[in-house]
Design a protein around this ligand. Structure first.
Ligand SMILES: [Zn+2]
Length: 181
């Protein structure tokens, strides 16, 4: 079971891949569990539940900015748009999906999540440097920022459902937004 680690400010810090590292942070007094899995490890004299979400006691300085979840990377856009072309609804993959700027960059459109959608190569080519109206194409969904669950998906290539449920429940219970704007 992997463990999500939040900074003392409750901002996302990192993921601990191995439960022993997460538990070590607790034993060393460096972090406090906010939520634990039902899984238990036993030593000769005691048993411990594996932490699902930890919060650091002291703020850890990190050079990472909030960019990770604000950048309209292909991965983020495809995850948000459920791997569907936002014009023709075609199924997309990491390999076939492209990013389309709704308001084209050459017309002043920004490279932000709220102006970028997932599109198949055909629709992207057809739309070219036009707005959807000019190209006679309709957006299936308005582009938006990422939800908390989508941010978690962006963090990890694979998230086991047990981890996802524990993390989402904990974030919700504590009113924590990952990198809230
Ligand atoms: Zn399409």
């Amino acid at each position: 079971m992997r463990c999500m680690v939040l900074n003392a400010s409750y901002e996302f810090l990192t993921i601990q891949e191995h439960w022993i590292d997460a538990l070590t942070l607790v034993f060393q007094g460096k972090a406090t569990p906010l939520s634990s899995y039902d899984d238990v490890v036993r030593s000769a004299s005691a048993s411990f539940r594996l932490p699902a979400v930890l919060v650091m006691r002291h703020q850890v300085s990190t050079r990472r900015k909030r960019k990770l979840f604000d950048t309209p990377s292909r991965r983020a856009v495809l995850i948000r748009d459920a791997f569907r072309c936002q014009y023709c609804d075609a199924r997309l993959t990491m390999a076939t999906g492209t990013r389309d700027h709704v308001i084209p960059r050459c017309k002043g459109g920004s490279d932000v999540l709220t102006n970028v959608v997932a599109a198949c190569k055909t629709c992207n080519g057809r739309k070219a440097d036009l707005t959807p109206e000019q190209a006679g194409m309709t957006l299936r969904n308005q582009p938006r920022r990422l939800s908390e669950e989508e941010k978690i998906q962006c963090l990890l290539k694979t998230v086991r459902s047990k981890e996802r449920l524990a993390w989402m429940a904990c974030l919700k219970d504590h009113g924590i937004a990952l990198w809230a704007a």
